[in-house]
Design a binder for this molecule. Structure first.
Ligand code: SAM
Ligand code: SF4
Length: 337
């Protein structure tokens, strides 16, 4: 096995898209069971197959050597993985040495414990997923969580000087009446709010057709009531942002269903067991763990070259009664959104 990362060139797929953004799911486990994400009875990946921190750091090094400038830790819930701060510190040591940004997407339940450590490792911004400010609703949507823990976590993050963006899955008949109150709350606390369309990944606990809320319509409705100015903040993902004059805050729309931005996709997703998924809505993947365990960095780089050849052009999500099956069988918790 070779022991150091070589740099055979930037990662560019067959559609000319440069891959500069890696999302790492550090665990598929979670302390919540959000109805759109997981079923009540989930089977999780065997612990023995999960990548070690050394392996994750080696993979991150290989990606950074090939032009990855941004890494997001996600899950499952990343902050429930044991000793997660050890990994965060290790990955944080790449900042300024090829890596421009390290971020986390979290449900917020463990932030009181970890906010300070995240900031100390060089993290500047985090995303916290929160779909409601109503205690009862929160318990229903997450099936497990306590809203007060998340709210205290958000406060802890802000006190640690982490910029917080709230991610809210917008669901018709579930929380659509809270979109405006959530926007005022988030903007009032200096946080952005990004709305997400529910995506058809894995069998879960809600009827996705009933709860699907096309954000394009919502955008139009909000435009009639607020002064929305389009911001040129591009992330290479399906998010578009507006500035809301009345609140002074930023509102984002992630619209993989009603508007597809695959042509500018710059990202790939690593699962906790080392599969690299090349599109959120397709099954194409390469097994980085096996490649690395067999042939070290040479194997890893060969697998990455192969990945660039098979990254699909895009997804073709549909949610309607004629398509009752999920687009892919795996749950969002495997790849982390
Ligand atoms: N546990 C962390 C959290 O909730 O932020 C990180 C992982 S979670 C899978 C990442 C994001 O995916 C969350 O914002 C969550 O709301 C979103 N998500 C999960 N399942 C989804 C689905 N089927 N459609 C759209 N968004 C989903
Ligand atoms: Fe857990 Fe995040 Fe999925 Fe909710 S959305 S079940 S918090 S992984």
């Amino acid at each position: 096995m070779t022991t150091n990362a070589t740099s055979p060139g930037p990662l560019v797929d067959t559609f000319g898209r440069r891959i500069s953004y890696l999302r790492i799911s550090v665990t598929d486990r979670c302390d919540f069971r959000c109805v759109y994400c997981m079923s009540e009875d989930m089977t999780f990946l065997p612990r023995k197959d999960v990548l070690s921190f050394e392996e994750i750091d080696a993979f991150a090094s290989a990606f950074i050597a090939r032009g990855t400038t941004k890494i997001r830790l996600t899950g499952g819930e990343p902050l429930v993985r044991r000793d997660i701060m050890t990994l965060v510190d290790r990955l944080g040591s790449h900042l300024g040495k090829g890596l421009d940004e390290l971020t986390v997407t979290t449900n917020g339940s463990q932030l009181v414990r970890h906010a300070r450590g995240l900031a100390a490792a060089g993290i500047r911004r985090i995303n916290v997923s929160l779909d409601t400010l109503d205690h009862q609703r929160f318990a229903t949507i997450t099936r497990r969580g306590r809203l007060d823990d998340v709210l205290a976590g958000i406060d802890a993050a802000q006190q640690s000087d982490l910029a917080v963006k709230i991610n809210m899955v917008a669901m018709r008949g579930v929380n659509d009446d809270e979109i405006e109150p959530m926007m005022h709350w988030a903007h009032g606390k200096g946080m952005g709010l990004t709305l997400i369309e529910g995506m058809p990944l894995g069998e879960v606990g809600i009827d996705r057709v009933d709860t699907y809320l096309p954000l394009r319509q919502l955008h139009e409705a909000l435009s009639a009531r607020y002064t929305l100015t389009r911001l040129d903040q591009r992330t290479g993902g399906p998010a578009r942002y507006v500035h809301v004059s009345e609140t002074g805050g930023t509102l984002g729309f992630i619209t993989p269903m009603s508007h597809n931005f695959c042509e500018s996709c710059n990202r790939v997703r690593l699962t906790a067991t080392g599969q690299l998924f090349l599109c959120l809505g397709q099954d194409d993947q390469v097994n980085l763990r096996d490649a690395y365990r067999q042939d070290g960095f040479d194997g890893l780089n060969a697998a990455l070259d192969h990945a660039m050849l098979i990254k699909p052009k895009g997804h073709d999500f549909v949610i309607d009664r004629a398509h009752p099956q999920p687009a892919v069988a795996r749950h969002m918790s495997l790849t982390g959104g």
